[in-house]
Design a protein around this ligand. Sequence first.
Ligand code: NA7
Length: 546
Amino acid sequence: MSESKARKRAPIKGEIDAVVIGAGFGGMYMLHKLRELGVSVQGFEAGDNVGGTWYWNRYPGARCDVPSLFYSYTWSEELQSEWRWSEKYAAQPEILRYANHVADRFDLRPLIAFETRVLSAHFDERSDRWRITTDRGDVLDCRWLVTATGCLSTPRAPAIPGVETFEGATYHTGAWPHEGVDFSGKRVAVIGTGSSGIQSIPQIARQAEHVTVFQRTPNFSIPARNTPLTEEDIETFRQNYPAYIAMVKGPGMGFTGGLEVPIPDEEAQRKRYDELWAIGGAGFLAAWGNLLTDINVNDRAASYVREKIADAVKDPKTAKALQPFDHPLGTKRICVDIDYFETYNRPNVALVNLRETPIEAITPTGVRTREETYEVDAIVFATGFDAMTGALLSIDIKGLGGVDLKDAWAEGPKAYLGLGVAGFPNMFLITGPGSPSVLSNMINSIEQHVEWVTDCVAYMREHHFSRIAVDSAAQEAWVEHVRRVADKTLFPRAASWYMGANIPGKPRVFMPYIGRGYRKKCEDVAAAGYEGFVLAKEPADADAAA
Ligand code: NA7
């Protein structure tokens, strides 16, 4: 991997057309597109290299839950044809290599200031420009601000009493040491059983002397059935590529409207679940068009998965504790695993059910629950992220009238199409709240947003607009639409990070958009001269034109 490190550098000052925050897949493509457009652009990235999520989440077993052939940019045919994925579901190191390859292939590194955190972004209404400051003393004024800060990029560790007294090592899956961790001979506690816990526990268990898993809520997980990719797999994908692209650019995912399908009898249902279980992966949720809208259909599918858990886990008490009953299948992010449930059959793995015996404290030498103290050498927090809004709200963003984004979003995030926020002109969010984002293939959604933003910037330049501002009525209508669509589904029944439910005090709002036709809606908005936005020229330009 070629490294690009910004060790010591002079602060960046002055004016530029655009600033992009984040050099994950969203930021990298945005930089590429803006440069291609002839816009001067500066990227800022907290890490010392590209990759975003895949840069930080280096925990053992980290793997994408979207098949790698689909988790690839589609915007460059050369890139598409020259890159070869080795497995059905790529592991984190391979995805990070891909991100680095893209950065090198398209010469993106010169556009990015690494190891730099953006501290503030303040909008100046006289000049219609943002002033950006960073922790390296950069002060840059720009017309357009693009936040490509990621949906799952602010790791969150719970405030368990005594955590600071622990004498062993602690880790968070979302900020894993780059040099890796050797758990050989160690007794390890893993707290959390979302995707990150479910992926890492089997790997840690293979290495550590003993693993104690502290589970508050069991999750549904489908076996990945990961395999190496063969030449034949790749050839089949190539042949189907045009159809895949047509699908990506079509109405897209969505769980409501026109999807009521007759559900066959029990035997036929079982057959379908058996087939999908054998294929593996999140495609299990596509068993029926109304699996995520009809609780009766969902209940049957959920029972099927619970049965599979009971089959896999030998100890009946452990198996029971691992079966989820508190949320419909798929309404929390479905997990995709390799040998997760089977791992509990190992003699060196134990499950502690926190619903029966909650954690009371972390002691200098272990984890104390109401009933017992577990002595451990290391604690792994697989406790998730302040999802979708955490990264943005950690920046001091002030829009029109000096209004703070934190205040604008005090009752939950509000964004028009998940792309722009009323009161914060010339700021674009890549896969922001109110867009399909985490419920879609992120790469596809990133591309769609980046291309939309690029077109918008081109339009503004062509027509000499200096300001694009979201109309607050359009934003309210969109937010209401997002909520209504979600309410037609089973998603709001789960206390998920989609709802902000994993963060104490965070407003409970279903953040991603689940409806169909999102891409078309964005295209229509642009075609109608940016309907729902208000475009304006700089006062000086407007005077000249008058
Ligand atoms: P998740 O899915 O948010 O999972 C976090 C886990 O940590 C979940 O099991 C939580 O239980 C658990 N947790 C959180 N706080 C605590 C405390 N205080 N005590 C015990 N257990 C706790 O995060 P992941 O990193 O696994 O995955 C995030 C996404 O990344 C994933 O969906 C993929 O899209 C990729 P809870 O359910 O809150 O009871």
